[in-house]
Design a protein around this ligand. Structure first.
Ligand code: ATP
Ligand code: MG
Length: 553
């Protein structure tokens, strides 16, 4: 279906034609995360584009840690990044690299540029460089750009040898001081930084700038298409300049796509880290975080994230997507695929006065009415049950059709019961509701076909387990907490987590694995918490409520 192809795939199709740039070649992309944090839902979009494009063309996608910056890198992040990519179903085969693997090569290419008269050592301080950068009417000035090649070679070697302090000198590409694109006004390509690197140790005290390093990494790995987000668009001429002026065979092409933004959250690793450090959330995998591990722990499925990325499409203009759309995609997946179960979040006893005490029976209940292959389970029933306290009102409000004295409701999959009243404690609080059941309505269908307005869920009080339930809401109270002129931390939602203890759930849920997702009837979609839930203390996270506030166009 050519017409539904995104603009990147349209470009690639053209380039694969007989006269095209990559005719006869294998399409080769890369995903280059900086290992300074965990991947988030924005990265999922880049993953879909990088890995997804390779998959669509039967090509390859490399995983490359962008570790040219010697600060804040950690194996924890590298391992987490790998786990998240695998969780989304992508694989890099044996092509896992570090940008720092190419430091020697990058140094050689820098020397090549100096020899060609295309780079020079500059002794301006950052402030001086800033002052001399010119403006749209005035070219930049650069007093060192005509320094003899031999002198630059010597100084660059001594920069590498550690003879100079941080900031004393830089290596600059000699491109065009008059360019309308400021990235081309003799950009810095190497700087001095006396910091150990977590992979190369103390070998280097000069480090390449991203704009110089990235095209080299791509070219050395044989990347055909370097797909990146829109902020690199004005850097593309520099990218091309680098690959065209060093001796590499492969000339990759950079194509930019719009970044994904999402409402009611922030998507910058730095900001996410600050929330962890401030104790606003418990960690990278807090179920309120927009990180992939947070979403996974919350109950999101890989399919829901694929669908979200796919439905958002690939555009050239940045956009902010409603968080509700992500929830819509999850609900759509779980409605079709999650098992159903009964859980009473705020329990109150329901006693069936005319049901023999000591009697027990079981109902065969479908695990998923939308999917026969999900099978059935046995749900126990006896004289005492738990129901939601809000399903009883001693004095019914208008249009209240659930339990109140004299009214009938259906106990889901079990019987029709008629409310007879309630017991109260000395303070007047309802402690138990009484009813009588219609023995001829087994399965929940009255023998005479009379109409029953409400169906409520329940669990057997003699055969259920306790659980803690964690209900989540938006992390921020405002749609765009990270607009430039405000402090996002001022908009944290104080009610983003509500913990309910003493919920009563079906015994079948005692064995729920975190990767099992459930629809708790009438309450929402849940999964067992991967960190805190165990056989002696069940904890369920609400992934998303049942109600859909989002209406797709
Ligand atoms: P952050 O600000 O979250 O740290 P980043 O761009 O610095 O983001 P990287 O680890 O460098 O994070 O990103 C790896 C890849 O993911 C890059 O190609 C980047 O363009 C892409 N990416 C990051 N955030 C988004 C986003 N919100 N939407 C689309 N792509 C993104
Ligand atoms: Mg980055």
């Amino acid at each position: 279906m050519a017409e539904s192809k995104n603009f990147i795939h349209q470009i690639i199709d053209e380039e694969l034609l007989p006269e095209g740039r990559v005719n006869g070649k294998t399409i080769h992309t890369r995903f280059p995360p900086e290992p300074n944090g965990y991947l988030h839902i924005g990265h999922a979009k880049a993953l879909e584009i990088d890995f997804g494009t390779a998959e669509a063309y039967n090509g390859m996608c490399n995983l490359r840690m962008d570790d040219t910056n010697p600060t804040k890198e950690d194996v924890e992040f590298v391992e987490a990044i790998m786990e998240d990519i695998h969780w989304l179903g992508h694989d890099w085969g044996d092509r896992f690299f570090y940008a720092s693997d190419y430091f020697d090569k990058m140094y050689e290419y820098a020397v090549e540029l100096i020899r060609k008269g295309l780079a020079y050592v500059c002794e301006l301080t950052p402030e001086q460089m800033h002052e001399m950068r010119g403006d749209t009417q005035t070219p930049a000035t650069s007093p060192f750009r005509d320094r003899p090649v031999e002198e630059s070679l010597d100084l660059f070697a001594r920069m590498k040898a550690g003879e100079f302090e941080d900031g004393a000198m830089t290596l600059r590409a000699r491109i065009d001081l008059t360019s309308g694109n400021f990235n081309m006004r003799d950009p810095v390509i190497y700087r001095i930084n006396h910091l150990p690197h977590h992979r190369t140790g103390n070998k280097w005290c000069i480090y390449p700038m991203y704009d110089f390093a990235h095209p080299i990494e791509d070219a050395l790995e044989g990347i055909t298409h370097s797909l990146c987000s829109l902020e690199f668009e004005s850097h593309r001429p520099l990218y091309d300049w680098v690959v065209n002026n060093i001796s590499v065979e492969c000339k990759p092409r950079q194509i930019e796509f719009a970044r994904l933004g999402i409402t009611h959250t922030v998507l910058s690793k730095r900001k996410l880290r600050a929330m962890i450090e401030a104790g606003t959330v418990t960690g990278w995998d807090d179920p309120r975080m927009p990180t992939l591990c947070g979403l996974r722990r919350r109950g999101y499925t890989p399919e829901s994230i694929h669908n979200f990325s796919e439905k958002n499409g690939v555009a050239k203009v940045n956009s902010v997507v409603d968080f509700a759309f992500l929830e819509y995609c999850l609900r759509e997946d779980l409605n079709a695929n999650a098992k159903r179960a009964m859980a009473v979040i705020h329990p109150i006893k329901l006693i069936i006065d005319n049901y023999p005490s000591g009697k027990r029976e079981e109902f065969d209940v479908e695990n998923n009415p939308q999917d026969e292959s999900a099978g059935t389970r046995k749900v126990p029933f006896s004289r005492e049950l738990y129901i939601e306290s809000e399903d009883f009102m001693e004095v019914p409000a208008q249009k209240y059709f659930r339990l109140y004295p004299g009214n009938e409701v259906r106990l889901k999959s079990a019987y029709i019961v008629k409310c007879k009243g309630c017991d109260k404690d000395s303070d007047g609080n309802v402690i138990a509701v009484h009813c009588e059941y219609d023995a001829s309505s087994r399965g929940g269908n009255p023998a005479d076909g009379r109409k029953i307005k409400s169906t409520i869920h329940w669990v057997d009080a003699n055969d259920c387990v306790d659980a803690e339930i964690r209900l989540y809401d938006r992390l921020f109270t405002t749609e765009q907490p990270d607009l430039a002129d405000c402090n996002y931390l001022d908009f944290i939602n104080p009610d983003s987590l509500t913990v309910v203890t003493g919920a009563k759930v079906e015994r079948s849920l005692a064995k729920a694995a975190p990767s099992d997702r459930f629809q708790f009837l009438r309450t929402g979609y849940f999964c067992a918490d991967s960190k805190d839930s165990g056989p002696n203390h069940l904890v369920f996270n609400r992934a998303v409520s049942l109600k859909d506030s989002y209406k797709p166009q």
